[in-house]
Design a protein around this ligand. Structure first.
Ligand code: SF4
Ligand code: SF4
Length: 135
């Protein structure tokens, strides 16, 4: 299986119900997601001034916002089906940096990672060529 397919499978294994109901969408609530400037308008619902942190060309929402502007009251993402959604929103807690090689950062503060829900995919990701960092 190629790397993209393993990444998608690992991400899908967490599931929307777990994210919305068990975790409470912490990654969207607390600004864990980072994205390139071209996604700012989409993710902020046209309010680019809400991006208060940038690092090495990446933007993050402030964790003082009480949630991403695209997060619905039921903890679902309003732009989930938008073509052009930021990769980090699609693949979190696997942060991909395809255009810089094949490193993948597994975000440890994700509840699903802490609950070892993607452990079974770690070897598969490595076998598919990923360099994994868990932090
Ligand atoms: S932090 Fe992890 S478990 Fe929680 S909503 Fe985000 S991806 Fe899902
Ligand atoms: S755009 Fe959607 S997935 Fe991305 S941080 Fe906002 S609510 Fe979460």
């Amino acid at each position: 299986m190629n790397l993209a397919a393993v990444v998608q499978e690992a991400n899908a294994s967490i599931g929307q119900d777990y994210c919305a109901e068990v975790c409470g969408a912490k990654c969207c609530m607390r600004g864990y997601v980072f994205f390139k400037p071209e996604y700012v308008n989409l993710i902020t619902q046209g309010q680019p001034g809400l991006v208060s942190r940038t690092h090495r060309g990446w933007s993050q929402l402030s964790n003082e916002l009480h949630g991403c502007p695209s997060l619905s009251e039921d903890n679902s993402c309003m732009i989930h089906d938008e073509e052009g959604r930021p990769p980090c929103c699609i693949y979190f807690p696997l942060k991909l940096v395809y255009d810089e090689g094949k490193p993948i950062v597994i975000v440890q503060r994700c509840d699903a990672v802490n609950a070892k829900m993607i452990d079974e995919y770690l070897d598969k990701l490595r076998d598919a060529g990923a360099e994994l960092t868990i932090r």
